[in-house]
Ligand binder design. Structure first.
Ligand code: NAD
Length: 512
């Protein structure tokens, strides 16, 4: 596959990204707006309106009006519309990936992978008729049967982060729609365009107007969602402080809520691991997408003798990485999403040095010729990091990998389990016993054994533990089905013989 794709020309698209309500692009009356930049050039390429309460209300009205017909549409028909959407997503995968690369800054092949992982959730959601099957028990009592039904929740909303502008929304809405709900998406204001293109493709797939809507904005738009009485459920993915706020506020307003938060993902490396294989795996997991992945490995825990050779192998590979414009051929890493975020990440590299960690590879001086205004930062690698340092304590969310050392697997597991986050973790080893112990004792939601980024397939559920998830249910897989449905238990009596009984005691149907 070619990695060379022309950047979408800004002048062929509206300079202001629209809202999408009731099946059409809408111009917001809001006086507030944000700027969307191309991180590779630093140029402002679009403007994005920050929706006001009236816009959110219009979206809720459209989603509420579409709900009765959509929830009554047989799951098989809903699945067929999603099937057409999946085909369209595949046809337009390169176009979407180029749009993501342009606004987010990740390299094109990485953006293609993001869209692919989103498509896989749609693929899973097309199994709606099977996924929505309830349980049935015949003869729970004389002439009495029992069954359960999974019914839609109502109007659902999703609020998503900048780092996966297509995939994270697709963790949510395909499942919500398959289950018979209508949906309002509030994507990140930093890269809002892929959501609008997705809305257009959903319409082209035959999705009725109003079933899927998109609003943009910041806290004000999100607050209007959290307080709107017409919204039944809220899904959120983003940083931990905002996840906590969303969870508490949505719950206080009587909504069902799942809020996925930030991460500090460790890779524990045993001395018996194949260190070349491990270094190759870690380099992509740490620096891919410039470290702006919720499942990026940001902390390596080297056990025993693994440390020195491993640091050398990672450093050698990190120095060879090519950092440049997201749509240029052959780049491993693009820029960070904004200038402010680049400066924040650079500040952590400064802090690591002043806190006494050993900076083995320093990405701070990187210049990309011809793109001096782009938000670039080269890969950095720290060794001899202590748990009290801010580069270990905080989620940096950039191309900075740190190495800590542990004397044993027990010590490494204890270190990981003390960390407040629990999103992803990996173990590199050739020992089945070590792997089994690790899998059993580690307090993290997604675990990889010799797999650096263990993002579950769409037919499993994605989600962390501890400060990485607020709520009970993960996204997609069967937990996604349970989040977007309410269970109704039905008990039915059809009397075969013409016998009627009155009972004034507590019914014990199976008792006689
Ligand atoms: P963020 O928390 O800043 O923003 C996420 C969303 O919340 C955006 O749509 C934003 O507009 C909105 N928002 C921002 N401030 C808000 C406020 N005060 N009130 C209400 N809404 C607000 O996150 P981000 O910087 O866009 O994304 C990066 C973060 O997301 C990282 O912490 C990363 O780990 C996390 N993330 C987690 C997962 C996961 O699966 N757990 C996946 C992807 C990203």
């Amino acid at each position: 596959m070619s990695t060379s794709v022309a950047a979408p020309a800004s002048d062929t698209r509206a300079t202001t990204v629209p809202l999408w309500i009731g099946g059409q692009a809408i111009t917001s009356e809001s006086s507030r707006e944000g700027e969307v930049t191309n991180p590779s050039t630093g140029a402002v390429i679009r403007r994005v309106p920050f929706a006001q309460a009236a816009d959110i209300d219009a979206a809720v009205r459209a989603a509420s009006a579409a709900l009765p017909e959509w929830r009554a549409t047989p799951p098989l028909r809903r699945a067929r519309i999603l099937s057409r959407f999946r085909e369209l997503m595949e046809q337009h995968q390169k176009e979407l990936a180029a749009l993501i690369s342009e606004e987010h800054g990740k390299v094109f092949l990485d953006a293609m992978g993001e869209v692919q992982r989103g498509i896989e959730v749609v693929e899973f959601a097309t199994g709606a008729p099977h996924l929505l099957k309830g349980e049935h028990s015949g003869s729970v009592g004389r002439d009495v049967d029992a069954h359960s039904r999974l019914q839609p929740v109502g109007v659902c909303a999703g609020n998503t982060p900048f780092n996966f502008p297509a995939m994270v929304p697709m963790w949510m809405f395909p499942m919500a729609l398959a289950c018979g709900n209508t949906f309002i998406l509030k994507p990140s204001e930093k890269d809002p365009s892929p959501s609008i293109r997705i809305a257009e493709l959903l319409k082209e797939s035959g999705l009725p107007d109003g079933v899927f809507n998109v609003v943009h904005g910041d806290k004000e738009a999100v607050d209007a969602i959290l307080h709107h009485p017409g919204i039944a459920a809220v899904s959120f993915v983003g940083s931990t402080p905002i996840a906590k706020y969303i969870y508490a506020t949505a719950a206080a307003n009587g909504k069902r809520v799942q809020a996925l938060g930030g991460a500090k993902n460790h890779a524990v490396v045993m001395p018996d691991a194949d260190l070349d294989f491990t270094a190759d795996a870690l380099i992509g997991a740490a620096y891919g997408s410039a470290g702006e992945r919720c499942m990026a490995i940001s902390a390596v825990v080297a056990v025993g003798d693994a440390a020195d050779p491993l640091v050398e192998k990672i450093a050698e590979r990190a120095r060879r990485l090519k950092t440049g414009p997201s749509l240029a051929e052959g780049m491993d890493m693009g820029p960070l999403v904004t200038g402010a975020h680049r400066d924040r990440v650079k500040g952590y590299v400064d802090a690591g040095v002043s806190e006494g960690a050993t900076l083995v590879v320093d990405g701070r001086a990187l210049q990309v010729a011809g793109h001096e205004r782009g938000f670039f930062l080269g890969p950095s690698l720290f060794d001899q990091v202590m748990p009290a340092m801010s580069i270990y304590q905080d989620e940096i969310f950039g191309p900075v990998l740190i190495v800590l050392r542990a004397a044993s697997l027990d010590e490494a597991i204890a270190l990981v389990n003390r960390n407040p986050y629990g999103n992803g973790v990996a173990l590199f080893t050739n020992s089945g016993g070590a792997a089994r112990k690790f899998e059993d004792e580690i307090e993290v939601g997604m675990v990889g054994i010799n797999v650096p980024i263990p993002v579950p397939m769409a037919f499993y559920s994605f989600g962390g533990w501890k400060q990485s998830l607020f709520g009970d249910l993960h996204v997609h897989g069967m937990e996604g089905v349970y989040f977007y449905t309410r269970t109704k238990a039905v008990t039915t009596r059809w009397v075969k013989d013409d016998v009627q009984t009155s009972a004034f005691h507590m019914p014990t149907l199976g008792g006689r």
